[in-house]
Design a protein around this ligand. Structure first.
Ligand code: PLP
Length: 851
């Protein structure tokens, strides 16, 4: 047996990361030392690890700079159609390692830092996550930016530079406690502020009807200051831009109200305006109709549209020489993608600019708007759909409400032309809901104002056509599309799982990094004993590393040969962490009833944040922790079963946990998880899935074959049938003794002896108002878990299926998703051609351009 290698030695010999060129290493060292001296103003005697991190980040950033400038020059010169991705969330995580990988300088940096006697992994761990997202929707935006740059699209991500991202979760006495995420405290080496592109955003005021049209007057102004963040493509010399807006108070803010000379108060009050970009709302799949959130949404949209229109007008081949800009070509030059309805005010804002400022007629403005905009729906849960009260819109955005009313008027005219006298349909399809408090249904606004509407997995796209947006589908079926979500293989395999990436590269080379379909070549190796062993070794390495970290950071000891059974995602009733918990309790009861029995050892790990105001989700966390306390301290159980709550689940933790997973739990009630992307990350990293026929799980099963995934529970149709019949939890409680035992234990305080009533609310939800039918799937879930346990006892068979998972995950690359958006929605072709490197001559012009 070879002598065990240190992590650093392993990193140095890794094949996929290329070979460190001597001159590159020397260059990195030189630049690093220069930054330590001139940027950090330190010498080696007084430098802290954080100084070293910043010196390294600046060194890596230097490698981006020329490519970034040249990419943007290239776009200006070629003037391709621009893609604008508008999102209130970007869940980016760390940038350092990703940037080194995408620039192809990772081995050079590894070697340089090694020669300088520094531990690069320690420095990497000092970077704060950019946690400007809640979960899947925000992480999707981040994966899409990576793919758009890798596919050479002239794309921009627009969003908000929240001063506080998603809160840090602490678990104290088995309970979630939130701490603010002050991620900018030490500075952000990746961003570049651009005060010269600051733009004003208006709020409040009134609308005046003048001979020259509508005027929005007496508004309060807040400035939007852009911060640009580089988005490098994978080794193609492309660097795109994510532009995040920060709120700045105008210099004269409030002064007119303080003529009495309260200058100090006027300065202090600047905070009010700047609060707009202070903090990310921590809700996932939940609409909370707060005024500040509405302001955030409009702030982002208003600043972004000014930028888009400025860039359109100043385009080299555009119409800047004309007295009045022609917007006829706008939809040929601009595509705007709305990530859920959060940026839906882009539709009335674009109309306002085109009509009130640019002087277009309503008809031509509407034509431009619909051709330019496209909308992605992310959920069918009613509590997640944005419905802003008209009273709030009228107060904050009076002109936009007028425009929305006019859009609605013309839209309903069309509805009644198509369905004369169908008043019920008119009521259902109205943008304005009149029952109870009058509200605007933002999804309806998006459908009417866009040329394309898409769901994020095949089943979800069918459900929105059949159910949520049925009437709209009947009116404009040609708008409705599917774009199954994906994940970037750069971060979610190459970066987070170098051990597996190497095992794969050794067999099929490295092309899979940009053509993930290539992984199908591994199918013929699923039963190759050498390859099976190599994949097992990589998995075991990852499990050992995670076990070591859990030991170090939380003092918990886990058995690294136990099955790592993992469910990490936001805590939500529809995701059914409680069903997982019922399985854990069932296993516990079986061990207690038969201590000498043969049990497959499991370490069940659950992680995720609950929205701070979501009481039931917080109770679910408490229950999992309480069950863990009982199970983990029971000597009879030993290491047959361990339950660990993974604190502060976020992108960086996902990168550590997913490569170490044996089993991935994707157990939402069929019809509730629009797609899921966590499921794809686990599949790509060789975990087997236990899941329902929901979201992208269905397409995963189609790709790998049903023998390679553990499917249980009701289908969407069966859930619908159960709803019609009427669901009664007692039917299952009375029929299933193991279920009854679990519920009775939770109810009676078995897991909360100091507070026997602790989980009464939770039991009440399960027994009386469970919208997600946990008991209806319990029996089939437990049986399916038993099959999982049996297979785990045959390691070679297990790993063969794991290989089939990896080999079938090509479809779930966000490169595939983005290529489809490009071709089928944006009218933009993906390209795998590189841009010339900074030391190479520019691409010759006039090849495809006629002018
Ligand atoms: C991928 C990801 C998610 C989404 O997970 P789902 O299981 O699809 O809900 C949420 N949070 C983080 C940190 C992620 O990386």
């Amino acid at each position: 047996m070879a002598t065990p290698k240190t992590d650093l030695e392993k990193r140095k010999q890794i094949s996929v990361r290329g070979i460190a060129q001597v001159e590159n290493v020397a260059n990195v060292k030189k630049t690093f030392n220069r930054h330590l001296h001139y940027t950090l103003v330190k010498d080696r005697n007084v430098s802290t690890p954080r100084d070293y991190y910043f010196a390294l980040a600046h060194t890596v950033r230097d490698h981006l700079t020329s490519r970034w400038i040249r990419t943007q020059q290239h776009y200006y010169e070629k003037d391709p159609k621009r893609v604008y991705y508008l999102s209130l969330e970007y869940y980016m995580g760390r940038s350092l390692t990703n940037t080194m990988i995408n620039l192809g300088i990772q081995s050079a940096c590894d070697e340089a830092l090694y020669q300088l006697g520094l531990d690069i992994e320690e420095l990497e761990s000092l970077e704060e996550d950019a946690g400007l997202g809640n979960g899947g929707l925000g992480r999707l935006a981040a994966c899409f930016l990576d793919s758009m740059a890798t596919l050479r699209m002239a794309a921009y991500g627009y969003g908000i530079r929240y001063e506080y991202g998603i809160f840090a979760q602490k678990i104290r006495n088995g309970e979630q406690v939130e701490e603010p995420d002050d991620w900018l405290r030490f500075g952000n080496p990746w961003e570049k502020g651009r005060p010269e592109y600051m733009v004003p955003v208006n709020f409040y005021g009134r609308v005046e009807d003048t001979p020259q049209g509508k005027k929005w007057l007496d508004t309060q102004i807040v400035f939007a200051m852009p911060y640009d963040n580089p988005i490098p493509g994978y080794q193609n010399n492309v660097v795109n831009t994510m532009r995040l807006w920060s709120a700045k108070s105008p210099n004269n803010f409030n002064l007119r109200f303080f003529n009495d000379g309260d200058y100090i108060q006027a300065v202090l009050d600047r905070n009010f305006a700047e609060n707009i970009s202070r903090v990310l709302y921590p809700n996932d799949n939940f609409f909370e109709g707060k005024e500040l959130r509405l302001k955030q949404e409009y702030f982002m949209v208003a600043a972004t549209l000014q930028d888009i229109i400025r860039r359109f007008k100043s385009s080299k081949f555009g119409s800047r020489d004309q007295v009045r800009t022609s917007f006829d070509s706008f939809p040929d030059k601009v595509a705007i993608q709305l990530n859920d309805t959060h940026p839906s005010l882009a539709i009335p804002e674009l109309m306002r600019i085109l009509i009130d400022i640019e002087g277009l007629t309503w008809a031509s403005a509407w034509d431009v708007c619909v051709k330019t905009c496209a909308y992605t729906n992310h959920t069918v849960l009613p509590e997640a759909l944005e419905r802003w009260p008209t009273s709030m819109l009228e107060h904050i955005l009076p002109r936009h409400l007028q425009i929305i009313y006019e859009i609605n008027h013309l839209h309903l005219q069309e509805v009644s032309r198509r369905w004369p006298g169908d008043m019920d349909r008119i009521r259902r399809m109205s943008l304005v809901e009149e029952h109870g408090e009058k509200r605007v249904n933002m999804a309806h606004l998006c459908i009417v104002g866009s040329h394309a509407v898409n769901g994020v997995a095949a089943i979800h796209s069918e459900i929105i056509k059949r159910d949520l947006f049925k009437d709209f589908y009947e009116m404009t079926p040609e708008k409705f599309q599917n774009k199954t979500n994906g994940i970037t293989p750069r971060r979610w395999l190459l970066l987070c799982n170098p051990a597996l990436a190497d095992v794969i590269a050794e067999k099929i080379g490295e092309e899979w990094v940009v053509h993930l379909d290539q992984l199908t070549k591994l199918k013929e190796l699923a039963k190759d004993s050498g390859f099976v062993r190599a994949v097992q070794t990589a998995k075991q390495e990852n499990k050992l590393r995670l076990a070591k970290q859990l030991e170090q950071e939380y003092g918990v000891t886990v058995n690294p040969s136990s099955m790592f059974d993992i469910q990490v995602k936001r805590i939500h009733e529809y995701k059914r962490q409680l069903l997982n918990c019922l399985h854990i309790i069932t296993l516990y009861n079986r061990i207690k009833a038969n201590p000498g029995g043969n049990f497959v050892p499991r370490t069940v790990m659950i992680g995720g944040k609950a929205a701070p105001g979501y009481h039931t989700a917080k109770q679910i966390i408490r229950l999992i922790c309480a069950v863990g306390r009982v199970v983990n301290n029971d000597p009879i159980v030993g290491d047959k079963l361990k339950v660990i709550y993974l604190e502060n689940y976020r992108v960086t933790l996902a990168e550590k946990i997913i490569p170490a997973a044996d089993l991935s739990q994707q157990i939402s009630t069929a019809g509730t998880e629009a797609s899921g992307t966590g499921n794809m990350k686990f599949m790509l990293n060789g975990a087997l899935t236990i899941g329902t026929l929901d979201g992208a799980n269905i397409e995963m099963m189609e790709e790998m074959g049903k023998d390679n995934i553990f499917i249980f529970g009701m289908t969407v149709d069966e859930v619908e049938e159960l709803k019609r019949k009427g669901y009664n939890a007692y039917d299952y409680y009375n029929q299933l003794p193991e279920l009854r035992q679990c519920i009775d234990q939770i109810q009676s305080g078995f897991f909360s002896p100091n507070n026997p009533d602790q989980f009464k609310d939770l039991v009440n939800v399960l027994m009386h108002h469970d919208r997600f039918f946990l008991f209806a799937d319990y029996e089939s879930y437990i049986k399916c878990q038993d099959e999982v346990g049996k297979l785990y006892e045959k390691p070679a068979d297990w790993t063969s299926k794991a290989i089939m998972n990896i080999a079938s995950s090509g479809k779930f690359s966000s490169d595939r998703t983005i290529s489809e958006y490009g071709r089928e929605i944006w009218g933009v072709e993906p390209s795998w051609e590189k841009l010339p490197a900074p030391h190479e001559p520019r691409e010759t012009e006039n090849e495809e351009e006629s002018k």
